[in-house]
Design a protein around this ligand. Structure first.
Ligand code: ADP
Length: 192
């Protein structure tokens, strides 16, 4: 089993969630989805969930301090320390990217790779309208994509500058995209 530490970036609707689950199954790495963590908190109506619900429904981002705390706690749990992680939906802002870097550094760890699952805006908009998740109203979708371009897309450059970014084409069948991702991840493993 490989102790991989990966970040998957990509627009909403790029298929990140599904692909991360498959990667997690196939490599034994822990899938950490901040969206799933928040949705679970909303579901069980914890304090966090109550705060997050309105923000998520509007398509806005939950404040950095809250998300940074959640991820910092999760990545120091035993299962993640032992098996590595695939971060899905985090980091999304430069403050989050810096926090992650600091967290890992303080544990003597580093990121193996950030992967950008590239799917054009028109395609992801259509996919999101088709999947009809509760927070996928047309306004919220537009808002989320706008935030992605403004806040998250600049992170691609950030990881690129650290020689830590690979772009994977997210168009095509789920299996095809998965095999592209496997090629990249196998490359990381062989280079370790
Ligand atoms: P999507 O990629 O469609 O936005 P996610 O499941 O990743 O779906 O996230 C759902 C919502 O949860 C986001 O719209 C946002 O409100 C919140 N969220 C998830 N991850 C983060 C994060 N890293 N920072 C701030 N808010 C987040």
């Amino acid at each position: 089993m490989e102790n991989l530490r990966l970040v998957i970036l990509g627009r909403q609707g790029s298929g990140k969630g599904t692909q991360c689950m498959r990667l997690s199954e196939s490599y034994g790495t822990i899938h950490i989805s901040t969206g799933d963590i928040l949705r679970a908190a909303v579901e069980t109506q914890t304090e966090l969930g109550k705060k997050a619900k309105l923000i998520m429904d509007a398509g806005d981002l939950v404040p950095d301090e809250i998300i940074n705390g959640i991820v910092a706690e999760r990545i120091e749990m035993k299962d993640v320390l032992e098996n590595g992680f695939i971060l899905d939906g985090y980091p999304r802002t430069s403050a989050q990217a810096q926090a992650l870097e600091g967290e890992l550094l303080s544990k003597g760890l580093s990121l193996d790779l950030a992967i950008n699952l590239e799917v054009p805006v028109d395609e992801v908009t259509q996919r999101m309208l088709d999947r009809s998740r509760a927070d996928d109203t047309e306004e919220a979708i537009t808002r989320r994509l706008e935030i992605y371009e403004n806040e998250t897309a600049p992170l691609l450059k950030w990881f690129e500058e650290r020689n830590n970014l690979v772009v994977v084409d997210g168009l095509g069948t789920e299996d095809k995209v998965f095999s592209r991702l496997q090629n990249v991840v196998n490359g990381v493993i062989n280079g370790k």
